[in-house]
Design a protein. Structure first.
Length: 118
């Protein structure tokens, strides 16, 4: 199983970035997908989630600025990030999760760095 993130980089405050995560080795369409981030010295935190059926959920502070989308035909999930702020500086990780019965399977990507300059 591989989750490969791309699209990170350096952007000025107020700018936009679009992250993408390409999945292989899983039946992508049945997995819930999510983005998390980890800033230096902080714990990894939830950013956004999209179910296998396309229902989305966001951490409250990011609603309206970030949009998660999935493309089952391409096995990818994107995170559109607008009006970026310095506090969005972090490594962004893609997550794939599948629940069956009482068990849960999680896969993670290696992360992509997002740096927002003020």
């Amino acid at each position: 199983v591989q989750l490969v993130e791309s699209g990170g980089g350096l952007v000025q405050a107020g700018g936009s970035l679009r992250l993408s995560c390409a999945a292989s080795g899983i039946i992508f369409s049945v997995y819930a997908m999510a983005w998390y981030r980890q800033a230096p010295g902080k714990q990894r935190e939830f950013v956004a989630h999209i179910t296998s059926g396309g229902v989305t959920n966001y951490t409250d502070s990011l609603k309206g600025r970030f949009t998660i989308s999935r493309y089952n035909a391409k096995n990818t999930v994107d995170l559109q990030m607008d009006n970026l702020k310095p506090e969005d500086n972090a490594v962004y990780y893609c997550n794939a999760r599948f629940n069956y019965g009482l068990r849960q399977v999680d896969y993670w990507g290696q992360g992509t760095q997002v740096t927002v300059s003020s």
